[in-house]
Design a protein around this ligand. Structure first.
Ligand code: ADP
Ligand code: MG
Length: 230
């Protein structure tokens, strides 16, 4: 049975989200600091044994930060008129390395063009998180397809994978802060994507069937009229 849900409000603000994430990052950093203090106090020869733990905790902090702000630059709030197909190409090119590594074919063959007026780095972040999940859910030999179409005053981006899919229970939890089924997951990617898309007056919905795959649909307001005033 196909299950579909529309992600509704119920999510906290970007500020609250940032606070929760800062809290999550603090844990591995506290561990690293503790180890370094131990190493400093006790300058005997067994220092090296701490290094793998220190690196693993720093890696954890890095993953959390990446899921939250891969593309966040100082000009985080810069609004621009830009080509959505261009952004999709850039994101797919970036994630192709990950797809190849997993033996997954990442297909992007958009012929439609759509222009948006929003923060392009935030949009990239939202797309990366969703497409990365699709690749991660797909076993070798599978496909992830990214497509762009137009519907009224909306650009519609669909990300379809032939991966493991989700049960209705899993589907109902997607987008919940820190919900993950992965051993090294953060449970941040989807929450951040939903928050970003909604802040752009867009909508994100998930359709999934276990054993068949998942389709994520993003609807974003078009801004095709080029206005000379900005
Ligand atoms: P993470 O990727 O760190 O686990 P996310 O918030 O990005 O955190 O995703 C949360 C969970 O949602 C994943 O652990 C996975 O179980 C599920 N999920 C997300 N996208 C897909 C997908 N395309 N197919 C199957 N499951 C998915
Ligand atoms: Mg993820």
């Amino acid at each position: 049975m196909k299950q579909e849900i529309e992600k509704a409000e119920k999510l906290n603000t970007m500020g609250e989200l940032a606070a929760s994430i800062a809290h999550e990052v603090r844990n591995p950093l506290t561990v690293v600091k503790g180890f370094l203090q131990l190493m400093q106090k006790d300058d005997k020869d067994h220092h090296f044994s701490y290094i793998p733990l220190v690196l693993s905790e720093l890696g954890r902090a890095e993953v959390i930060i990446n899921d939250y702000l891969n593309f966040a630059k100082p000009e985080f709030k810069k609004l621009e008129h830009f080509s959505l197909s261009q952004i999709l190409s850039e994101v797919c090119m970036l994630l192709n390395a990950l797809a190849v590594k997993q033996g997954v074919e990442l297909k992007w063959g958009g012929t439609e063009e759509a222009f948006l007026f929003t923060d392009r780095n935030q949009l990239k972040q939202a797309l990366v998180n969703v497409i990365k999940n699709a690749i991660e859910a797909t076993p070798g030999g599978g496909t992830v397809t990214v497509a762009l179409s137009l519907s009224g005053d909306r650009a519609v981006v669909s990300i379809t994978d032939t991966g493991n899919g989700m049960t209705p229970e899993q589907l109902s939890r997607i987008g919940t802060l820190f919900y993950t089924t992965k051993e090294k997951g953060t449970g941040l990617g989807t929450t951040v994507s939903v928050k970003i898309i909604e802040s752009m007056q867009g909508k994100i919905s998930f359709k999934s069937e276990t054993g068949k795959g998942t389709e994520v649909t993003l609807r974003l307001p078009l801004h095709n009229k080029v206005n000379i005033n900005y």
